[in-house]
Design a protein around this ligand. Structure first.
Ligand code: IPM
Ligand code: MN
Length: 349
């Protein structure tokens, strides 16, 4: 038995997670997966009503009682600074030490790619984003606030341990998935201190993995080449902020945010799986959101839980629906969220 904590969150997070749950229940029937679900109503609504973002004891509970977390999306216009997002999603990433944000980028059908002359097989790489430090530690301060001499600092934190473990994860991911190349991206020409640490750790990681071809690109050059030559890439590893930015660009290559899946992973602990997209308030509750990002995310979760056959079956079902045009409008179809969920479910075998 595997226990899954489900946090639909806000906006379309609720719509797409509902479809993922239906898919997972189907997986239970077909594969005797014995997944059990417990739903948590954490998000803007609860935060506004009760002032609670993440209830006390949440980390301990997840570590003790659950095998994985399936997350929808978080963000609500009634909370302009999105404080609850930081207190829920970022807090879970940090509190559970989910240091590897794994974002596969795979073009299912060339019609989904905005680039011309790109075949489906040309876009098939994974971004491994450091997920617990960098710009996201929110270290810094303000001075002389509200005066003309106002100062704000925002400090990035890169630790030897943090850089080492994300690089090791990337090389190990490459090995495990039959990939031969790892590209590390940074801005070491400008951010010399952090850059030098990443560069030094990369040399050592490369030496530990001589069978993998290691390369380096500055982040600006990576953006250019990801658009011009996506097929050059297999595994990209980068820091938290660059990883955030570049995975939106990468999502565009595979049909937009509606198609992008991710896992926030600690290899030996409970991990959290979420589509890359946000809560998209204008689409929420209208049966318009594309559930495929969430469904592909569920497949990643199944894989992580050791249910590789079920994961593959879900992926194959999604691919079949895309090929047949059984999709939402964002990728050219005319179905609603629910109907796409049903179409995927009908194809799982
Ligand atoms: C993502 C999101 C989050 C991030 C936001 C919602 C805090 O953009 O998962 O990519 O910046 O990490
Ligand atoms: Mn992002």
């Amino acid at each position: 038995m595997k226990r899954i904590a489900v946090i639909p969150g806000d906006g379309i997070g609720i719509d797409v997670t509902r479809e993922s749950m239906r898919v997972l229940r189907r997986v239970n029937e077909i594969f005797a997966a014995r997944l059990e679900f417990v739903e948590f109503d954490w998000g803007a609504e609860k935060y506004l009503k009760e002032g609670i973002a993440l209830p006390p004891g949440a980390f301990e509970m997840f570590r003790r009682d659950f095998d994985a977390i399936l997350f929808g999306a978080i963000g609500d216009p009634r909370i302009p600074d999105q404080r609850h997002a930081a207190e829920i999603l970022l807090a879970l990433r940090f509190g559970l030490d989910l240091y590897a944000n794994v974002r596969p980028v795979r073009l299912i059908d060339e019609r989904l790619c905005p680039l011309k002359g790109v075949r489906a097989e040309d876009v098939n790489f994974t971004v491994i984003r450091e997920n617990t430090e960098g710009a996201y530690v929110n270290s810094g301060g303000v001075f002389k606030k509200g005066t003309p001499d106002e100062v704000a600092t925002q400090v990035e934190v890169h630790t030897r341990k943090g850089v080492d473990r994300i690089l090791e994860y990337a090389f190990e991911y490459a090995r495990r998935n039959g990939k031969t190349k790892v590209c590390m991206s940074d801005k070491s020409n400008v951010m010399a201190y952090a850059g030098e640490l990443w560069q030094r750790c990369l040399k050592e990681a490369a030496a530990r993995h001589p069978q993998i071809q290691t390369s380096h690109l500055y982040i600006d050059a990576l953006c250019l080449l990801m658009v011009r030559q996506p097929k050059d890439f297999q595994v990209i590893v980068t820091n938290n902020m660059f990883g955030d930015i570049v995975t939106d660009l990468a999502a565009a290559l595979q049909g937009g945010l509606g198609m992008a899946a991710s896992g926030n992973i600690h290899p030996n602990a409970v991990s959290l799986f979420e589509p890359v997209h946000g809560s998209s308030p204008p689409l929420a509750g209208k049966n318009l959101a594309n559930p495929m990002g969430s469904i592909l995310t569920s497949a990643m979760m199944l894989d992580h839980l050791g249910l590789g056959d079920a994961a593959r079956a879900v992926e194959i079902a999604v691919i079949a629906c895309v090929k047949e045009g059984k999709t939402t409008q964002d990728i050219g179809g005319s179905l609603g969220t629910r109907e796409v969920g049903e179409a995927v479910i009908a194809k799982i075998q």
